[in-house]
Design a binder for this molecule. Structure first.
Ligand code: AMP
Ligand code: MG
Length: 478
């Protein structure tokens, strides 16, 4: 028999039954492997690349498939949700002893499907593949994409689409919404079992902490503060920061209507359903704080035996989030500008740059790329006197540190991507793939795998779309 490398365990299934339902994928008629992540497979110890497995037609050895229960605030309103179109096959224990979830997205109906068909379309699954792998290349914690198979069965949304299944790899699929579900629908003992599981899996140092649940809350807040700062620093807009789309592990999850900002503006929104701009670029940090407050609320019964004490602990801990976020962001912005040490006036220098970018409708990525390469282009920004004056101030700032200019530019190269998954490039790759040509996508994935390389080929990917391509709109694709 061929050695496939599966080494699956099912620790999630040891949780109380309220947290999941055992569920097999629904077989599909003619699965075909379209994209496969060989380097990820190798790091997982997998030699498996059969379409039947990634389509859910064949269950790998050791898998005990299940759908997870969770809830979540969607655009501020709480709903019971759960894996309506996802099935966890199990947890792969890798050759380096890491434990990661292997989940099929789009494998058919589950008890949490509500009115949905449990299926996914090829376009949105390829999009998740490109953007999640792009985020990984950028060094941003994220779920990964292992494979996309087409099912041979159409799905019906606004239009008829080709059905597909994405295999997602994640540190876990525990979400803020999993804890909300526990706090609303389960007993305190079940909630405790979930929290203990999260600590064991993601924050094992917490087991010996004086208060493991306060420790858990603090650590999730820390990881999310670092994560959201990373998003802001590359202009990533998640698009649907509902509490079910925020992980306990600190990984970015659920690539639906997300997109990278081109023209800098804090109010930038791409998602067609986000009509109020709740999840606009500039709102992501406060929304993350709001989501984490929902997490803290869910943990209240565990934080302390006394209700008032519990509330105070939650409030004091959650109050740290904006400060933590801002310090990560400021540190990151200093790096993007080649600044090694700290001066109080840096905040004003950074803020002024943002205001100038906004005023002149500058491209976010290319502004930092231009500074890194010390190159000017024909953009309105580069022609603006205030930008020239700002650059003089910035150069003076660089002169006031002991590090050489060369090391500043080196730091900038490491901190400012030469390429991001630009919307028109992603669309171009998806259209070609939908016509059966995957080479455009493969090429894009290749350049996105090392965005700090500053290669000649990447320069081609830095060009902006024709103005007529705007405004860009994204759709959930559910
Ligand atoms: P998402 O927008 O992907 O975060 O999904 C929100 C909720 O809707 C989750 O509970 C999903 O499982 C569910 N959902 C999304 N698409 C489908 C579908 N096609 N069939 C069943 N459930 C779905
Ligand atoms: Mg979701």
């Amino acid at each position: 028999m061929m050695e496939t490398g599966w080494n699956l365990e099912n620790s999630y299934a040891t949780l109380p039954e309220t947290f999941f339902t055992k569920q097999l994928p629904t077989p599909v008629s003619s699965p075909e492997l379209r994209v496969f992540n060989h380097s990820l497979a190798a790091s997982l110890g997998l030699k498996e690349d059969r379409a039947a497995v990634f389509a859910g037609n064949e269950i790998p050895k050791g898998a005990d498939p299940l759908a997870q229960a969770y809830g979540g605030h969607q655009f501020g309103h709480f709903n019971m949700l759960g894996d309506g179109r996802a099935i966890l096959l199990g947890e792969q224990v890798t050759p380096t002893d890491e434990r990661v979830d292997i989940q099929l997205k789009g494998p058919g109906r589950t008890p949490y499907s509500r009115g949905g068909d449990g299926r996914a379309g090829l376009g949105p699954m390829l999009r998740e593949y490109i953007i999640s792998e792009g985020m990984y290349g950028l060094g941003i914690p994220t779920t990964r994409s292992l494979a996309v198979v087409t099912t041979g069965e159409p799905i019906y949304r606004q239009t008829k689409q080709e059905g597909a299944i994405l295999t997602r790899v994640a540190a876990s699929h525990l979400r803020v919404g999993t804890f909300q579900y526990a706090s609303k629908f389960a007993s305190v003992e079940e909630l405790r079992a979930l929290a203990d599981y999260a600590i064991e899996r993601h924050y094992p140092e917490g087991k010996s902490a004086s208060n493991p649940y306060v420790f858990l809350l603090k650590e999730v807040i820390k990881r999310q503060a670092a994560l959201i700062a990373k998003w802001q620093l590359v202009g990533f807009i998640h698009g649907v920061m509902n509490t079910d789309n925020m992980t306990i592990s600190g990984e970015t999850i659920d690539y639906g209507p997300c997109a990278f900002m081109d023209t800098y503006h804090p109010a930038t929104v791409f998602s067609s359903i986000d009509t109020q701009g709740r999840y606009a670029y500039g709102n992501q940090p406060p929304i993350a704080g709001w989501n984490l407050a929902r997490f803290a609320e869910s943990l209240l019964p565990l934080l302390h035996d006394n209700q008032e004490e519990s509330l105070k602990l939650a409030q004091d801990t959650i109050a740290e989030f904006p400060k933590l976020y801002y310090s990560h962001w400021l540190k990151g912005m200093r790096k993007k500008l080649g600044i090694f040490n700290e001066e109080e006036k840096d905040k004003a220098l950074i803020e002024d740059l943002h205001n100038i970018m906004e005023k002149h409708r500058a491209d976010f990525t290319n502004t930092f790329r231009g500074l890194t390469l010390d190159k000017e282009d024909h953009s309105p920004l580069c022609k603006a006197t205030e930008f020239t004056q700002w650059k003089v101030r910035w150069q003076e700032r660089l002169s006031r540190q002991t590090e050489s200019k060369d090391s500043s530019y080196q730091l900038m190269r490491e901190s400012n991507p030469a390429i991001i998954p630009r919307n028109h490039r992603v669309e171009e790759a998806l259209s070609a793939a939908e016509q059966g040509d995957y080479s455009v996508m493969e090429r894009l994935l290749e350049v996105l795998s090392n965005p700090y390389e500053y290669s000649d080929e990447q320069a081609k990917y830095a060009t902006l779309p024709e103005p007529s391509d705007r405004p860009y709109r994204t759709f959930c694709g559910t």
